[in-house]
Design a protein around this ligand. Structure first.
Ligand SMILES: [Mg+2]
Length: 208
């Protein structure tokens, strides 16, 4: 096969894949425009594009660390832990978009880590009743999902940071080293059980 045909086929495959992704997951241009001003975040005056820039600045610090650790795994299982709402998914920018779109820089980081052998775990304060919808949403927008931890009774009566810390300890007990824990609230991040924490913006609690 000539290089030109190979290149054309590769290009066609990429175009088809992009079309498939856009048909299945991406916001339409109209939705993308309203995302800047809609949802509870819009009501609170948070600009979508400025938020994404702030998120990317943090992800740009996390990525080299994940790469460095993956290069020196020494046979140990590694993991990254992600919060879901306003960390992995643009929850507060969308009233009713299904599936909720991914936070693009965090999706890129999750894939980057996964390609380098790290497991991707989600730890969320969402109640267990939402497990199927949440896992479907994460996979639909392109996240690798090696584990999803939601709150069941009696976890629902614990404070969020205690619950989330316990889940990270569970992940470690399965033999993983959590190299990075990423969330937008301090309750996602306090309590240890991660080599590094990366705090995304919550604008003084405005983003849940
Ligand atoms: Mg959150």
């Amino acid at each position: 096969m000539s290089e030109t045909i190979t290149a054309r086929r590769a290009a066609a495959t990429v175009v088809a894949a992009v079309a498939l992704v856009m048909a299945g997951t991406a916001a339409t241009p109209a939705e993308a425009a309203t995302a800047r001003t809609s949802g509870t975040a819009g009501l609170k005056g948070i600009d979508h594009d400025a938020w994404i820039r702030d998120v990317r600045a943090v992800v740009d610090r996390a990525e080299p660390y994940v790469a460095e650790r993956a290069a020196h795994a020494d046979g140990r299982k590694q993991a990254v832990v992600l919060d879901i709402d306003n960390t992995s998914l643009e929850t507060d920018f969308h009233w009713a978009t299904v599936p909720t779109p991914a936070v693009a820089p965090v999706l890129e980081l999750a894939r980057f880590a996964h390609e380098r052998g790290a497991a991707v775990f989600f730890v969320t304060a969402r109640p267990g009743v939402l497990t199927p919808a949440t896992e479907w949403n994460l996979r639909k927008v392109g996240y690798p999902v090696d584990g999803l931890y939601v709150r069941h009774l009696p976890d629902l009566f614990q404070d969020v940071s205690t619950y989330k810390t316990a889940k990270r300890a569970e992940i470690e007990a399965k033999g993983y080293t959590i190299v990075a824990n990423i969330g937008n609230n301090t309750t996602d991040l306090v309590g240890g059980h991660a080599e590094r924490t990366f705090k995304l913006p919550d604008y003084d609690g405005k983003l849940s």
